[in-house]
Design a binder for this molecule. Structure first.
Ligand SMILES: Nc1ncnc2c1ncn2[C@@H]1O[C@H](COP(=O)(O)OP(=O)(O)OP(=O)(O)O)[C@@H](O)[C@H]1O
Length: 803
């Protein structure tokens, strides 16, 4: 297997700091003159940089998949310790879905986004049939899963994640990139616990041409150098076998187009020049190292010669939502999809950008409604991972020190089998796939829309979620039986378990008490009791896993929650009535069918098993199922997943097998109104995330897309109250981010000046200790993705690589 790129890494040193951040388009041969090439190993002068291919990589196993790509864990065959996430997208599928430009944009945006708050892209490869994006592996999974595990984040934790995303957005917007798909699912946790933005598939870049070497160098002058192989791959012309598609993108490439990784002009020149001069380059050892210079995060440079915002034509290009089937917005089973209109569709997509001083759009947007806040900023609490000996729930492993770990080569597969496996994936995923470019996902067991699926997906990964300080030892007794009048029974002391001792074990029991109704009631009045209590605890060795408990004799009806939802409109805070609604947490509707299926899977797991205790009596003591031949639980942590939002009661429940949407919750009003949009859509979405972080559910969440859209356009937000109330400062921050008028919506600077963020050290946030640090069992442990995969019923066995 060729490995010229890897070889070249030790041959050549390029000082990428030499070129100034002018961002002018530099011919690649001129660029070479500007690059300070230090020959350090003359004996290797004969080595030439070559375009890497997927054959240079070894696939270890699948991680997950999205609507458009399957993501594998792998490494470059010269360095098995440096792991990558390799996103694989089939070209024909992208062409059929009219997604070619999005793939190219995603590649370019990721390549340009050299921020410590964005997932790094190292290589962009292609074969005849596939595009491969080789990214930094984010071992901790996504924030949606973490949120689902904990129910909600406390304010310091939410603030930390939002602050890091503020840095990401600031960087992107300064570089002319609008992400347009900001949501917790696209925020991934690094091994150190810092969060990074990914999934640029909907992003918009101010660049309608192929990337050039200069773009990549200029966008990251302070970062660790990219190798020639990386530069070549990232600027290679992605070919989809159709020049029309490429022209749609506006490519100016004159490189070869053989469908196998032709090299764009600038790259080609660089390659030729490198070969011609037999340059011997020694690259830093930092390939794949994602540690970035602090200066990068505050860089104010912009991509060459382009406006940070869209041209008039581009402004018209809006993300549109299209219900592709069952176009009945009231029908929750309808599947909505989102796509970016290409130039051919512009007339159908959206009216011109709203003018600042009037325009129909302005009239359509309800006037800004702002809650007045009067309190002074409260001192920031800081989250910190405990380091004391009592802190057994937190790994002592630091960074990427996996030196003592070894890959299981038996489970590896060479890249040659990737395509076959991708095919398998596609087939196996039929029941999940949505319509073209759909951002929806299929809900089969209840409350995923609320971000939580307590009855199974997270059980598999719960062993990975070590409770951060804010939850460690916290006992949240969720007693929802008498929700209407007894919510205060929740114990949120946050300090110790019931016996007073710090509990850092793992979650494992799901306890359901007071099961009542035999059939789920859909959206009864909100006074309808919530009939379940969920709590989790570790499963002792002598208890049976749930699939043993739920045998054929199990009364299915007894584990289906009634739907704790009111169809009544709740009174609004600004109407003076909202306060009548007690903020509450709620339990999830559970589907026995899913529970059986999921727990059947649990059987196969080596590690944690789950125990579902059923009882009609909330006071009933745990059922002792006798000794079982079960694996020991490795840890002993209580993890609870409470919500704290009235929305979760009013809107959050879901009916089994309901297809719901993942993205509508985050759409800014100007997108819904098709008024043209800019970076402000990202700030809106971040406001949605912020609320969701603190409450467990997005603020506009509702049963159907139409209702979600209505809530957005009416800015229908409700706030938890009483014990669950958020701080004034945090509500203020959310309210401001959710400013209806995009022209008045705050951006990075304004956000950084908000009272809620007064304690954030923006310059050093990347060095701040995160509230949660992933602790994988070994370097190739992908357990943090189990939740997402289970949620989507994505069976990893379907990923099995075939030799
Ligand atoms: N760099 C990464 N490291 C680890 N896991 C990743 C990485 N990138 C993606 N993943 C996993 O793969 C999943 C799918 O990736 P991604 O979101 O990029 O694909 P997509 O097809 O655009 O998905 P979506 O349906 O969210 O649009 C992610 O949700 C995440 O679980």
């Amino acid at each position: 297997m060729e490995n010229a790129d890897a070889t070249s890494q030790s041959d050549v040193h390029i000082d990428y700091k030499t070129p100034k951040k002018t961002h002018s388009l530099i011919d690649s041969e001129q660029l070479l003159d500007k690059i300070n090439i230090l020959t350090t190993k003359p004996e290797n002068h004969s080595q030439n940089a070559k375009l890497p291919t997927i054959k240079d990589f070894v696939i270890i196993k699948p991680i997950s998949r999205g609507a458009f790509g399957k993501v594998f864990l792998g490494y470059k065959n010269n360095d098995s310790k440096r792991l990558f996430a390799i996103k694989v997208m089939r070209k024909s599928e992208m062409i059929n879905k009219n997604m070619v430009s999005q793939v190219i944009t995603e590649r370019n945006a990721l390549a340009l986004s050299r921020s410590q708050f964005c997932v790094s892209l190292f290589y962009s490869l292609q074969s005849l049939s596939y595009v491969y994006l080789v990214m930094e592996y984010m071992v901790g999974g996504d924030l949606k899963s973490l949120l689902a595990m904990f129910g909600y984040f406390d304010e310091p934790t939410a603030r930390f994640y939002v602050a890091e995303m503020v840095m990401a957005l600031q960087y992107l917007h300064q570089h002319g990139i609008v992400h347009r798909d900001i949501k917790p699912d696209n925020m991934l946790l690094s091994s150190s616990g810092h969060v990074k933005l990914t999934d640029f598939g909907l992003s918009k870049i101010d660049m309608r041409r192929d990337l050039e070497i200069s773009d990549l160098i200029n966008c990251s002058p302070n970062l660790n150098a990219r190798t020639p192989g990386q530069l070549l791959s990232l600027t290679s012309h992605l070919s989809f076998g159709s020049e029309k598609k490429l022209n749609d993108f506006g490519s100016v490439s004159s490189g070869q187009n053989n469908g196998m990784g032709s090299v764009a002009t600038g790259t080609s020149h660089l390659l030729q020049a490198i070969n011609k001069h037999s340059l011997i380059m020694e690259l830093s050892d930092s390939e794949g190292d994602t540690s970035l210079n602090d200066a990068e995060k505050t860089s104010d440079s912009k991509i060459s010669g382009v406006s940070p915002f869209f041209s008039a034509e581009e402004a018209n290009e809006s993300i549109t939502h299209t219900c592709t089937t069952n176009v009945n917005p009231q029908d929750s089973s309808s599947s909505c999809s989102f796509h970016t209109c290409n130039s051919a569709d512009l007339s159908k997509c959206s009216p011109p950008l709203e003018s600042k001083d009037g325009a129909a759009a302005g009239n359509a947007i309800p006037s800004k409604r702002r809650v007045e806040f009067v309190l002074d900023a409260a001192p920031c609490q800081r989250n910190r991972i405990s380091k004391g000996p009592e802190d057994s729930g937190v790994s002592s492993r630091k960074g990427d020190d996996y030196s003592s770990c070894h890959l299981n080569l038996n489970s590896e597969s060479t890249a040659s089998s990737i395509e076959k496996n991708v095919d398998n994936l596609s087939q196996s995923k039929e029941d999940f796939s949505c319509s073209d470019y759909s951002r929806s996902y299929n809900v089969t067991n209840g409350n995923e829309m609320s971000g939580i699926n307590m009855n199974s997906p997270f059980r598999n990964l719960s062993k990975h979620f070590k409770r951060p300080d804010f939850l460690r030892g916290m006992k949240r007794k969720i007693n929802l039986v008498n929700r209407s009048d007894n919510m205060s029974s929740m114990d949120t002391d946050g300090c110790s378990s019931s016996n007073g001792s710090t509990n850092t074990g793992l979650t494992q029991e799901i306890e359901i008490l007071n099961i009542g109704s035999s059939t789920p009631k859909k959206r009864k009045a909100r006074s309808s009791p919530i009939r379940g209590v969920l709590k989790v605890r570790s499963l002792s060795d002598d208890e049976m896993p749930i699939n043993h408990l739920l045998g054929p004799e199990a009364n299915v009806a007894n584990v289906v929650f009634s739907t704790p939802v009111s169809s009544q409109k709740l009174p609004r805070r600004d109407g003076g009535l909202l306060g009548k609604l007690k903020a509450t947490r709620f339990a999830l509707p559970l589907s026995i069918e899913n529970k059986k299926r999921e727990h059947a899977t649990a059987d196969k797991m080596s590690g944690i098993q789950y125990h579902l205790k059923l009882s009609d009596d909330p006071t009933m003591s745990p059922i002792n199922h006798g000794a079982g031949n079960l694996p020991k639980t490795p840890k002993n942590v209580n993890i609870n997943t409470p919500f704290r939002t009235p929305k979760s009661v009013r809107r959050g429940a879901r009916v089994s097998n309901e297809r719901i949407l993942g993205t509508p919750d985050y759409l800014a009003p100007e997108l819904l109104l098709k008024q043209g949009h800019g970076p402000a859509v990202d700030w809106w979405a971040l406001g949605v995330c912020f609320y969701e972080f603190m409450t467990g559910i997005p603020p506009f969440n509702d049963e159907t897309p139409q209702k979600v859209f209505d809530n957005i356009l009416n800015k229908n937000i409700e706030w938890p109250e009483g014990d669950e109330a958020l701080s004034v400062e945090s509500m203020e921050a959310v309210e401001l981010l959710l400013t209806m008028d995009p022209n008045e919506r705050p951006a990075a600077k304004e956000v950084q000046q908000m009272r809620h963020f007064a304690c954030i050290d923006w310059e050093n946030i990347g060095n701040t200790e995160p509230p949660f640090v992933p602790t994988p069992d070994n370097p190739t442990d992908t357990g943090y993705f189990d939740a997402r995969n289970n949620l989507q019923h994505l069976q990893l066995s379907n990923f099995a690589l075939e030799e």
